[in-house]
Write a protein that binds this ligand. Sequence first.
Ligand code: CA
Length: 248
Amino acid sequence: MSGPRGDERVIDVVIIEDDDVIGRQLDLGLRNHGYRTSWHRTGTSGRHQVRERRPDVLLLDLGLPDVDGVDLARTLRAEDEHLLIIILTARSDDIDMVAGLDAGADDYLVKPVSTTTLLARLRAHLRRRPPVPHDAPPVRIGDLLVDPASRRCFVSGAELVLRPKEFELLLALASAAGVAVSREDLMARVWDENWFGPTKTLDVTMAALRQRLAAPAGGDGPPRLPTIVTLRGHGYRLDSPSPTSGTG
Ligand code: CA
């Protein structure tokens, strides 16, 4: 049995959507293309299923009858950092979308979602989660260490826990330290090479990453950390910390 990734195993998707028409369309559209699905109309039932099945993907409507979709995204993200969470929002719910991404969702789709768009987005995300090359060397900048092999990040030896997209964003900037990286390049590298939609998800993830870098675990004195500089109209650049005397 071949799944959407060709010769690999079938991808398991849990759908939490209380709207009958939208839920059925997502469910059928995915099943017709070789995905295994499980559709739930309530957050409670869907959450149970995610814990039970450990699916690859969660499609999560934010407006649910029984629980808050953003809270649910946060809970399930905390339980499984590898679960691909895509939130479904109505066109007008900009604030919900940002809150959802902030809660740890990987991406969002605006309803009504066409099956073609959904499939394209899923393929892009699933393709993008390759095994990290084990021979990629760690990047060290000041007191920051980014290790692509273990996908871990350290500040002065203490682990700085990042969400998957925050890690990839930091890695993309750190591997090009001192060099301007365009928004388009970052979107392509961290999200989807065929990205053509809004790039708010980049802003949200960048803000979260900066916040984490601003408040790292304590050590002996303030750690020497790189700065992420915004280049208006272009993108970002990660600058090494300026050398200071007396650090050791
Ligand atoms: Ca709904």
